[in-house]
Design a protein around this ligand. Structure first.
Ligand SMILES: O=C(O)C(=O)C[C@]1(C(=O)O)C=C[C@@H](O)C=C1
Length: 388
């Protein structure tokens, strides 16, 4: 059996009564009712979790990339070493810890949809555009930014899988989520009419979401890293045969005209973004909170069923489940001949559930899950958002 690893980062014994209080509220009833169903002896005491240690970042994880190394002050270096810091009381506050403007990193150029989301939540923030998603994470880890905004899914096209992988690879905490209705606009240089366009440039997701509109237009499609970079490119090159799918703000920033708005196939499409920070926030139970976890399981019949049952039997609603291949344990073939035999993959399971880590039922559910998960990490516990 794989070695167990538990990383309930920041959600420690003192905050949540993990530890010896194994007779958790309501859980003895659950054991009576569900114990045999879950293959557990009825009235079995839940396993005691006496010490939840936070996985310390290794030196390798915190190696500062050479380009930015010189920008990191001695204070930041010291703070990185002592990371993770204690829980902070702030979540979506408008000021950073030293009272200055909140600095928010995001992947893309000014005018991108992710920057829109950041400005919606923090109208006075200073945004820090980054070339790659990875850089947006690093900016926070290196104290160049206070928070990062990360697109995680679209209601029509689904999850951005790579960003799930990054959540695991980095040690930032999810401290909030933002849902923003999509408004994809067709932009072009001033004076250019829709009929003159031969091609349209944008982020692949924006192109895919506008499939019907673009098909009717009969233009070719060109992928660009982000929507705002496409707008910048067309504007600076003065391309009169090219349109862009980007935000209304991008039109303003790069001096383009809006030829059409709401061009996406699904008028009700919504983007969901995560807000990431170095420190977790203190979970509360007086307003709806969501908790995101990632875990792995040993293979075997019904194991995933049991994992999901830890939430069901405590009436915890699951909002989302996502599975991603575990790169370190790739495809395994269980037969020499490689014909008609079982092959299986190992997966990481990402789950968002509707409960706060301040609630005993959430603590108990994770304590229970920990009994058969081979790895478990809480990615964050944060206020649940509805579309803006
Ligand atoms: O390109 C942008 O404007 C982004 O903010 C990035 C992003 C993404 O990576 O999914 C976000 C939302 C858009 O629909 C398309 C692209």
């Amino acid at each position: 059996m794989a070695q167990k690893s538990l990383a309930l980062m920041g959600y420690g014994v003192s905050q949540f009564s993990w530890g010896d209080s194994v007779e958790r509220v309501g859980d003895s009833d659950i054991r009576g009712k569900w114990g045999s169903f879950l293959g557990l002896p009825v009235n079995l005491k839940m396993r005691s979790v006496t010490h939840v240690t936070t996985a310390k970042p290794t030196a390798k994880q915190w190696r500062v990339v050479s380009q930015t190394e010189k920008d990191v002050s001695p204070r930041s270096q010291k703070d990185l070493i002592s990371y993770p810091r204690p829980l902070s009381v702030s979540d979506i506050s408008t000021k950073s810890s030293n009272g200055s403007k909140v600095r928010i990193s995001f992947k893309g150029s000014p005018g991108s949809y992710t920057e829109d989301a950041a400005l919606n939540v923090y109208p006075k923030c200073e945004t820090i555009p980054c070339d790659e998603f990875e850089d947006a994470f690093k900016a926070v880890e290196l104290w160049l930014a206070d928070k990062a905004f990360l697109p995680i899914e679209n209601s029509s096209s689904g999850s951005i899988h790579r960003n799930y992988d990054l959540l695991l690879r980095h040690r930032l905490h999810i401290v909030g989520e933002v849902q923003l209705p999509v408004n994809l606009c067709l932009l072009a240089l001033p004076g250019v009419r829709t009929g003159q366009l031969r091609r349209v440039l944008s982020h692949p997701q924006a192109l895919a979401l506008s499939d019907t509109f673009l098909s009717k237009l009969g233009v070719s499609r060109e992928n660009v890293d982000d929507t705002a970079s496409a707008a910048q490119y067309v504007a600076t090159k003065g391309l009169r045969d090219a349109g862009v799918i980007a935000s209304a703000r991008a039109a303003e920033i790069y001096g383009l005209n809006i030829l059409a708005e709401q061009i996406q196939d699904d008028p009700d499409s919504v983007n969901r973004f995560l807000v990431l920070a170095r420190d977790p926030i203190i979970p509360r139970s007086d307003k709806p909170f969501k908790t995101s976890v990632v875990f792995t399981l040993d293979e075997g019949p019904g194991v995933l069923f049991k994992a999901l049952a830890v939430f069901a039997l405590r009436d915890i609603n699951l909002r989302k489940i996502e599975s991603r291949p575990q790169r370190k344990r790739p495809l395994r073939v269980v037969d020499d001949s490689n014909t008609g035999t079982a092959k299986y993959f190992d997966y990481l399971f990402y789950i968002d559930f509707e409960a706060s880590m301040a609630e005993p039922r959430a603590q108990n559910a994770l304590g229970h899950l920990q009994e058969f998960a081979t790895f478990l990490r809480v990615l964050g516990c944060y206020p649940m958002e509805t579309a803006l």
